[in-house]
Ligand binder design. Structure first.
Ligand SMILES: Nc1ncnc2c1ncn2[C@@H]1O[C@H](COP(=O)(O)OP(=O)(O)OP(=O)(O)O)[C@@H](O)[C@H]1O
Ligand SMILES: O=P(O)(O)OC[C@H]1O[C@H](OP(=O)(O)OP(=O)(O)O)[C@H](O)[C@@H]1O
Ligand SMILES: [Mg+2]
Length: 285
């Protein structure tokens, strides 16, 4: 029986969350990442542990059928490779930063400057779109140090919390792109493995929807139920069950996890009691 070959980052920012989503969709992987490759026990899947930056080439060559990698790497090295699903973790930006002391007004200030980056294609494309000519210094790591050691006037690199920029006395001045981890697909995938990929994608979607949602249970007097339904966002048809105590009901619903804290005071004010909020493992709509 055919197996889907999927690449995940061997070690680094994406590794743990990539393994976690595979685990959360019920796939158990046989051996550790000291091996180049591992098999799933209960799903037709082989996991290849590779470097994030090398994955676009492996996808292009059909060495692997699919991969979990940073969207920014696909933009840099794999614009011909398609994305099957955005996975919601490892969110970051690719941005231009300059020394804090520099007066920066607009992108025109980059004209003729030296820019250090690990993302030359992304930067060249951006400069071209904005009609700017600059000199790129391509370095593979610790890009943020370049202005401080006199190697460059500006940098283009990943920004997440901004603390690396802060530590290096730099400020973000332009955002080139937003990125997150994605499930990408090889253009050479076979029909048989595409079917397996679709099953995996379906499982990912149900876990991702579950991660975005919460299951809410609350008790309320029957005459308050309608007021409470009006407060809960996006609730079409909540489940309402009678409690043993006369005149009271229990209301169950699914809401977006970000909405709950905004409406909790209102729910209490409308008469809700004994409010429980539970995580959802999977959600199939
Ligand atoms: N600080 C960060 N916060 C959130 N996501 C990040 C951060 N840094 C990187 N990422 C995302 O994680 C991906 C992997 O980053 P990481 O630094 O682990 O690997 P890499 O430098 O691309 O290396 P390699 O090719 O060796 O695997 C990046 O492409 C980006 O999408
Ligand atoms: O805005 P922040 O939250 O500070 O994150 C940004 C930093 O994170 C990444 O580096 P990483 O820690 O992965 O180290 P690396 O350069 O060795 O890959 C990236 O290259 C930035 O340097
Ligand atoms: Mg890094």
């Amino acid at each position: 029986m055919s197996k889907l070959k999927i690449a995940v980052q061997k070690s680094g920012r994406l590794h743990d969350d990539s393994m976690k989503i595979l685990k959360d969709v019920g796939i158990s992987i046989d051996n550790g990442r000291d091996q180049l490759k591992a098999s799933a026990k209960n799903f037709p899947l082989e996991v290849y542990y590779l470097r994030n930056g090398d994955i676009p080439q492996y996808l292009r060559d059909g060495v692997v059928d699919a991969a979990i990698l940073g969207e920014n790497i696909l933009i840099e090295k794999g614009t011909d490779i398609s994305i099957a699903e955005k996975l919601g973790f490892s969110t970051c930006k690719v941005s231009v930063a300059v020394p804090k002391s520099l007066k920066y007004n607009s992108i025109k200030d980059l004209e003729g400057k030296r820019i250090a980056t690990s993302y030359p294609n992304t930067v060249n494309q951006y400069l071209k779109e904005n009609n700017i000519s600059a000199n790129l210094h391509i370095i593979n790591g610790s890009v943020e140090i370049a202005p401080n050691i006199g190697l460059a006037d500006a940098i283009v690199d990943i920004v997440s919390s901004g603390s690396t920029l802060f530590k290096n006395n730099l400020k973000e001045v332009e955002v080139l792109l937003q990125s997150e981890a994605v499930l990408a697909v090889s253009p050479l995938i076979s029909t048989e493995n595409e079917n397996i990929l679709n099953q995996l994608k379906f499982r990912f979607q149900s876990v991702l929807k579950g991660r975005q949602s919460k299951y809410v249970l609350l008790n309320a007097p029957n005459d308050k139920i309608q007021d409470i339904i009006n407060v809960l966002p996006g609730m079409k048809s909540p489940t309402i069950l009678p409690l043993a105590e006369e005149g009271w009901s229990s209301l169950h619903s699914v809401i977006n996890k970000n909405d709950f804290w905004e409406i909790i005071d209102e729910l209490k004010a409308k008469g809700a009691q004994g409010i429980l909020v539970c995580p959802i493992e999977n959600m199939v709509l």
